[in-house]
Every structure is written in C-alpha cells, then in structure tokens.
Design a binder for this molecule. Structure first.
Ligand code: NAD
Length: 335
C-alpha cells in the first residue's frame, strides 16, 4: 500500500483499457434513492448491472428508466439471506440498508441484519467472483462528532444503545467486516463514508430534512425545524455522490474515504433557503429535537481529492432547484 491508500502497484482497478474495463456490476439496494441513480450511471457508462433489492424501502418506480433495458436485471432477493448471481462480476457495490432515520426506526432488526448478514453475503459474492467490493458506509459512523470537520482518521462518538444505534453500529460492524475480508481473505475492498445526499427520488415522507422542508414549503405548511435549528448539515447532490462512489470504486483505494459536500449550513438556514427557493411563505415551527441528533456534520474531503481527484461540482442552488422541481411534479396538482 502506498501513502495514498492504493495497493502496491498503485494503478486504478478499472479504466478504459480492455483488460481493466468494468463490464458487470452488482448493486445491492439498487432500487433505492442513491442506488437507482448509481444503476443509471453504470448503464450510461456501459457496464451491465444486476440490482439486488427486496424493495424494503426502495421502489421499482425508481428503476422506470431501466424497464426495457437488456443490460439490467432486478433480483428481488433479501441480501440478509444467502444469495448468488450467475456469471462473472467485476464489482459489487453494497448499498442495501434502510438509511433514513424514519426507516431504520421502523426496521431496526432488518437494519442490523443488512449491515451484518447482508454485508457478509455481499462480501462472499465478491470473494467468489474475484470482484472489487465497495461498502456504502455513512458519516453516522462518526456519531455526534467531537472532531470537526470529520476526517477519516477520527473514530467517532457513537451511543451503542441509543435511538440511532441500529444504523450507526450496523455500519461500523460492516466496516470492520469489510476490513477483515481484505486483511484475512485478500478481497479487494473499499469503504466510502457517504454524507447526507439529496436529489430526485427521495421520498417525501422519509423524514430527512430536504424532502421534509420542500414538501412543507410547496404545500404552504409550517417548516418543522428540530430544536433551535443551530445543528449543522452538509448536503451533497446525488449526481456528485454517485460520481464519488464510482471514482472510489475505479481507484485502487481501500478507504475509508469521505464522500460529501463540505459546504455546511445550519438546519434553520437550510429551511429558510428552501422556503425562498420554493417562493413559499410557510412559517418556521420549532419542534422537539430527536435523541442523539448530531450537532455538527461536515466532511473533510481532502483524501478523496488527493487519492482519486473527486470533489462535488453541482451548484447548491441548482441541485436544490432540480430537487424542488421533482417534488413539485409529485405533488397533487403539481406542474
Ligand atoms: P434507500 O432506503 O432509498 O435505499 C436502500 C435500498 O436498500 C432500498 O431500495 C431497499 O429496498 C434496499 N434494501 C434494504 N434492505 C435490504 C435487504 N435486506 N435486501 C435487499 N435490499 C434491501 O436509501 P439510500 O438513501 O438510497 O441509501 C443507500 C445506501 O447509502 C445505504 O446503505 C445508506 O446507508 C447509504 N447512505 C446514504 C446516505 C444518504 O444521504 N442517502 C448517507 C449516508 C449513507
């Protein structure tokens, strides 16, 4: 391994040459918000895709563009049970897991099983196929961070029995398991820690700040800001997140590596900004803050920049405008 985190030999795992071309990828959780954009991008870039998703929190609607696509297959297996994919596989991208606080509160056991059994089964698939494996981990492994902005070398501040523990600890275990498969079994792995991502195909009721504020602002209802709204978030447009995931996968890097947008703003600022972009006059209503809600969130993306030249490029207001437009089309009587 050199200092950039690449394996000895240093070259990227996938590239344009014929012997390094990414031909076939498995995306677990590919019917979800991030996963469906990832499937679309992989198909645009010429890889065939097997999406493994039991539709626990995802939807075939997200895969509408793939309906008659001969290079795309949807397998409705539960990754927490053993599963297999026929034929060669070059890359396994493991995203299957409930991800929004509402979803993992409703599905705590499924979330822990997806992080534990699901990650084991996805790693086993990569091992059998000799494929590269990417784990979609999360900034939540940093918990309520005592180091700001969050760097990959920070170990985190997580409550192992708190209201978010089923998600945070599932991902921390998944990172440990991925690391063990690399060191003990030689599987070619990379861990990406995704920070909050937003964009079209989020569900209006998934409880995350962006869809909540947009749907409230569009309907003229009060914007419900948790606590005093001083807690901060950094949100990354989904196209940028997908580019970061694929850049990490193509590199020879092992991670963990942060993928997120370092522009940080308070939740109250975010609510007020979305209200302005929606031309809404909704009032702000302060509501109780959920337990263990992180106070600060901002990625240090220096490693992704130097290791594989990635950084977000989508303008904040443009990304929000595209997302608002998508939600407006969903709303009854929308354009
Ligand atoms: P999502 O809920 O939209 O997608 C998750 C997908 O996984 C869904 O389609 C769901 O049906 C599927 N799934 C869940 N359990 C499964 C199982 N046992 N077997 C097969 N499929 C299963 O969530 P998302 O926002 O797209 O998140 C995708 C991944 O990215 C998750 O692993 C999440 O932890 C990670 N992540 C997302 C964000 C974000 O802001 N969206 C931030 C950090 C990390």
């Amino acid at each position: 391994m050199d200092r950039s985190g690449r394996d000895a030999g240093g070259s990227d795992r996938f590239g344009p040459d014929d012997d390094r071309r990414l031909r076939r990828a498995v995306v677990t959780g590919g019917a979800g918000f991030v996963g469906s954009h990832l499937c679309d991008r992989l198909r645009e870039e010429g890889a065939s895709v097997v999406c493994v998703d039991n539709l626990l929190t995802g939807s075939v609607d997200n895969l509408a563009a793939r309906a008659d696509d001969p290079g795309f297959v949807l397998d409705r297996s539960d990754v927490s049970e053993e599963f297999d994919v026929e034929g060669p596989v070059d890359l396994v991208l493991h995203l299957a897991s409930p991800a929004s606080p509402h979803d993992y509160a409703r599905h705590p056991i499924e979330t822990l099983r997806a992080g534990a059994h699901g990650t084991l089964n996805a790693l086993e698939l990569a091992r059998r196929k000799g494929a590269r494996f990417l784990l979609a981990s999360t900034s939540e492994v940093y918990g309520d961070p005592l180091v700001h902005p969050q760097v990959e070398s920070y170990w985190g501040n997580v409550n192992p029995v708190g209201p978010r523990s089923q998600y945070d600890e599932a991902k921390r275990f998944a990172e440990a398991l991925t690391t063990a498969y690399r060191t003990a079994l030689g599987v070619d792995t990379v861990i990406v820690r995704l920070f909050n991502t937003y964009g079209p195909r989020m569900r209006p009721t998934d409880g995350r700040a962006v869809p909540t504020f947009i749907t409230q602002a569009l309907a003229g209802r009060p914007l419900t800001v948790a606590g005093d709204g001083a807690q901060t978030r950094s949100i990354c447009y989904v196209d940028d997140t997908v580019s970061g995931i694929l850049a990490a996968a193509a590199s020879g890097h092992r991670g963990p590596v942060n993928i997120g947008n370092p522009v940080e703003l308070s939740v109250l600022e975010l609510a007020e900004h979305i209200r302005e972009l929606c031309s809404s006059s909704s009032p702000v209503e302060f509501v109780e803050r959920p337990g263990d809600d992180p106070t600060l969130r901002r990625p240090d993306i220096g490693l992704a920049r130097t290791a594989f030249g990635w950084q977000p490029v989508v303008d904040f207001d443009k990304g929000l405008a595209m997302t608002i437009d998508w939600f407006a089309r969903l709303a009854p009587g929308g354009p």
